[in-house]
Each structure stands twice: as structure tokens, then as C-alpha cells.
Design a protein around this ligand. Structure first.
Ligand code: NAP
Length: 488
């Protein structure tokens, strides 16, 4: 069982003591006091004895990414007083001269021998070698590496597995967004203890997760993720993690930025870390398909995958975007049968919307800047045909859906089609959700149309994916509020 150690980074001893009490109440198994973060070192560390879990004293030097700039003799004197004051562990950097005092002045506490590399990960062998060297210098080897790629993540997982065969207590941590899995799944890697923050915003290192979340995930847990490149603007972690929290489920949704060449490695990570599945976003919705074992009907039909479920080591591709589009259209009163629809754009979002409209029985016309793409999108969907944008302007539609990025934050604020196409009573949908009301929607509203933005489609595809991952139904409002919390 991996112990969870909360790093306390308060700048005053009294505040640190109070924070440690809270950490223990939240379930911390150990507490690390980062004394280098204090404005002044406490003259008496004896009162830290009151904390009823093992304590680590850390006085990280500036050279090793900490804030301590005093002398080495003063540092030794402080550690001696910490040992006398009941500290069970002293954290020393791998190159600290104080390691030589392990059997003399620093006797009485276990020495955690630390190594940090913010630059990245070396090879699996090099990481194991580092741990072996740290184990020779101290009682507990601890190494932390910044994880910059899915391959580095898999290397760190392999290194942890290999070192765990030594049966030595150790800690191996992946720092940064991609490293989160190594923290929340530390027990799968045989890691003795791992670090957590007291709460969000009080992280001592990049990628630390708060103690309550770590505790919640320490037993049975559902880990899911999202792959794409880049993933900087993804709203899915906020939506799914809010759903986990509200349902009281021990689950975590993590962002796994993955390049095209690392897709296969990502699948290995998913198996190694027991991921229940993951969402797939741009640019992998189609390129992931050859790597999967099978597709469900929706993914097959649309030719794209946005959700992968891992079942007995098999990868099954689903597409919940069309479900999201159907639910969004229905919520705006679209019935489909006997209605005429116009879809503008012929990319991934359009495929989902056209599939939804076709299943609902609408007659759908597709117009796109590149005519050939609109033409090819009509294949495989009933009651669809392509039309030139100029011709579409003169036609009458019951439903119009914008599936281009025109009007989205960061894109030209232009209408994808002339405003004369709008009329009263029409349903006009924009797949864009940021900004909440695009010029396209504003113009349609001015003409008396019923308008909806892309939020509903996004939330409904998320709800369906959540159900596939967990067999549980999340609340629409919870996911919607979570996404709005990030966006606006
Ligand atoms: P995509 O696959 O890249 O397709 C983009 C489409 O827009 C293509 O048909 C493209 O035309 C057209 N387009 C791009 N720039 C244009 C311009 N300047 N003028 C005219 N047409 C242009 O992208 P996607 O994944 O379908 O995403 C499209 C939009 O849907 C984005 O705004 C995205 O945020 C939104 N979306 C929303 C959801 C949701 O759940 N609400 C889900 C997915 C996507 P060409 O074929 O000529 O290049």
C-alpha cells in the first residue's frame, strides 16, 4: 500500500503545524515540512511531535530548486535538532555533503536521498541506476523526473516496476501533467510513498494532486483520460472530474497529451495503468482506428472515434459525438422527420451532426468551402446531398447547423453563410461554445430563430462517454457548470 505524504509549504511554523493537522485529518499518512519555504526556521521543532504521523524534515537548497540559502553547518545543526524533536525522516539531496553524516550526527532518522530532474527522463536503465545509487547513499531513494512525453511516462513506469523487485522502500515520481498517473497509480508501481498537496493551489511540485483526491483514489478507482495534441484547451477533465466528485465515485480523468507517433505507446500505458478508457480528440479521431480491436456501430458509421473503452486488454472504439448532436438538436425541438436541414462545414463535427440528422429522418444539405469534402460526406448517410454555399443562401431550412470554426474565439469573426438564410421559427445551432453567442447565433436570433450553442452537444457527448466508462449516469447540470467554470 502506498503511503500519501503531504508537503507543507507554509512560510510560518505555526501555520505549518496547523496545515499538518489538517493534512492528517484529510488522511495524510506522512507529512513533509518544507522548512526552506519558511521565512525563519523555528528555534524549537519539538512541538512538531504533536503531529501523529511520520514526519520528514526538508531544507532544500536553492541549487536543488528549494529556497534555503544558509550554510551547510547551520543546515546540519537544524537537522540534528529535527531528529531530537522526533522527525523520523530527513530529506537530503543526492549530492549533499551531509550524506556523509548519516551514520554519525544524523543517526536516529531515516535518510531520504533525493534526486530531481526538471529537464526530463533518462532511459529506463539510467533511472534504475540512479535509484540504486540513491539507495546506497541513503535509507530511502527518491527520484522525480519531469515527464514530457508518453514514451517517458512508460519508461518511468518500467523503471518503477524494475526497482520495486529490490523490495526497498522508494519513491519515484513523474512531474508535470503527464506525470499525474504515476502519482495516482503509485500503488500499482510498488512505490512506498508519494507526495500530495494539502489542497489545490498549494502544490510543492508540478503535477501534485491534493490529498483528499489521492485518498479517494487509493482503493478501487476508475482512471480515464483524454488523448490529443495539443490538449491545452480541453474542457473534458473539468466535466468528468466534477461528475466523479458529485457521484462520490473514486475516479479521476487526466489529460494525456499524445503525439501521432506515440499512440501505440499510449495504449501500452493504458493497459499498464489499468485505465478504464479514454476520450480521443483532434488530431487522433481517425488515426487511432487501425490500432483498435473493434468499433461500435456509431464509430464505424461516422468513421471516427472519440471514446475508447479498455475491456480485458482489448480496445473498443465508440463515437458519442453523434449522440451529443442528436440530444442537442432534440433539446432545441428538432424532430427531424419531414424537416430540411443545412449543415455548414464537412469536417469531424459535421460528420457527427449529419449522422444525427440522417438518423432523425431529416433531409440534409451540406455546404462547405471545399466542395469535394461536402460531396464525400454525403456518402453513407441517407437523405443527404451537397449544395453550393451561394445556392444554400436562397433556400428555406427548418434547421441550420454551423460546423466550421468561423466565429470561434481565436478565429475570424465572420458568418459562415449570408444572414438572409435565417428566418423566424427556424432552429439554428452553432457547434461553437466559446464565445457562448457567436455572430452567427446573434444574427439568427435577430431574425426570430431558436438558437443553441455547442455546449449541449459537448455535454451530451461527455455524459454518454461517462456512462460508457463507469456504467453510471452523470448530471447534465454538473458537467455544464464545470465547463462554464473553466470557460467564462
Ligand atoms: P475540422 O474537422 O477541421 O473541420 C472544419 C470545417 O470547417 C471544414 O469543413 C473546413 O472547411 C471548415 N472551415 C475551416 N475554416 C474555414 C473558413 N475560414 N471558412 C470556411 N470554412 C472553414 O473541425 P471540426 O472538428 O469539425 O470542428 C469544427 C467546429 O466544431 C469547431 O468550431 C469546433 O470547436 C466545433 N466542435 C464542437 C463540438 C461540440 O461538441 N460542441 C465537437 C466538435 C467540434 P474545409 O473542408 O474547406 O477545410
Amino acid at each position: 500500500m502506498t503511503r500519501i505524504c503531504v508537503s507543507i509549504i507554509e512560510d510560518r511554523p505555526e501555520a505549518a503545524l496547523e496545515a499538518a493537522r489538517i493534512a492528517v485529518a484529510k488522511g495524510a499518512d506522512m507529512v513533509e515540512f518544507r522548512f526552506d519555504r519558511m521565512k525563519m526556521l523555528p528555534s524549537d521543532v519539538g512541538y512538531f511531535r504533536r503531529i501523529p504521523v511520520p514526519k520528514i524534515a526538508t531544507l532544500r537548497t536553492v541549487g536543488q530548486g528549494g529556497s534555503y540559502s544558509g550554510s551547510e553547518p547551520d543546515r546540519l545543526a537544524f537537522f540534528r535538532s529535527a531528529i531530537k524533536g522526533g522527525f523520523e525522516y530527513i530529506d537530503l539531496e543526492h549530492d549533499s555533503p551531509l550524506l556523509g553524516k548519516r551514520e554519525s550526527e544524523l543517526k536516529g532518522a531515516k535518510i531520504i536521498c533525493s534526486y530531481h530532474d526538471l529537464g526530463g527522463t533518462p532511459s529506463v536503465k539510467a533511472m534504475v541506476d540512479i535509484l540504486v545509487r540513491l539507495a546506497a547513499k541513503g535509507d530511502v531513494p527518491k527520484a522525480a523526473f519531469a515527464i514530457g512525453s508518453v514514451s517517458s511516462l512508460l519508461d518511468l513506469i518500467d523503471a518503477a516496476r524494475l526497482f520495486s523487485y529490490t523490495d526497498r522502500e522508494f519513491s519515484l515520481i513523474g512531474m508535470g501533467e503527464l506525470g499525474e498517473l504515476t502519482r495516482i497509480c503509485a500503488s500499482k508501481l510498488g512505490i512506498g510513498f508519494t507526495y500530495a498537496s494539502l489542497e489545490r493551489g498549494k502544490e510543492a511540485a508540478p503535477g501534485q494532486v491534493d490529498v483528499q483526491t489521492m485518498k479517494r483514489l487509493s482503493a478501487e478507482r476508475i482512471i480515464i483520460g483524454i488523448i490529443g495534441n495539443p490538449l491545452t484547451h480541453t474542457l473534458s477533465p473539468a466535466m468528468h472530474n466534477a461528475a466523479f466528485a458529485t457521484l462520490g465515485l473514486a475516479g479521476r480523468y487526466v489529460a494525456l497529451p499524445t503525439t501521432e507517433s506515440e499512440l501505440e505507446t499510449l495504449l501500452q500505458v493504458a493497459v499498464e495503468m489499468d485505465l478504464r478508457g479514454f476520450n480521443v480528440t483532434i488530431p487522433h479521431k481517425q488515426s487511432i482506428i487501425p490500432l483498435l480491436d473493434r468499433l461500435d456501430h456509431s464509430a464505424e458509421r461516422i468513421g471516427a472515434v472519440n471514446t475508447v473503452i479498455v475491456e480485458d486488454g482489448q480496445f473498443i472504439g465508440h463515437n458519442t459525438d453523434a449522440h451529443g448532436a442528436t440530444m442537442a438538436l432534440r433539446s432545441a425541438g428538432v424532430e427531424g422527420k419531414g424537416q430540411r436541414a443545412l449543415v455548414i462545414g464537412a469536417g469531424g463535427a459535421s460528420r457527427a451532426v449529419v449522422s444525427a440528422l440522417s438518423d432523425m429522418g431529416a433531409r440534409t444539405l451540406i455546404c462547405n468551402r471545399t466542395k469535394e469534402r461536402a460531396e464525400s460526406l454525403t456518402k453513407g448517410f441517407k437523405n443527404t446531398r451537397s449544395i453550393e454555399i451561394e445556392d444554400a443562401r436562397k433556400e428555406d431550412f427548418d434547421v441550420i447547423v454551423n460546423c466550421t470554426p468561423l466565429g470561434m474565439k481565436g478565429f475570424p469573426d465572420e458568418l459562415p453563410i449570408g444572414p438572409e438564410v435565417f428566418r423566424s421559427g427556424q432552429v439554428v445551432v452553432d457547434t461553437i461554445y466559446n464565445p457562448p453567442k457567436t455572430r452567427f447565433l446573434a444574427e439568427a436570433e435577430r431574425k426570430g430563430a431558436i438558437i443553441i450553442n455547442g455546449e449541449a452537444m459537448l455535454v451530451h457527448q461527455g455524459l454518454k462517454a461517462f456512462e460508457l466508462f463507469t456504467n453510471k449516469q452523470a448530471s447534465y447540470e454538473v458537467m455544464l457548470n464545470a465547463l462554464r467554470g473553466v470557460l467564462y
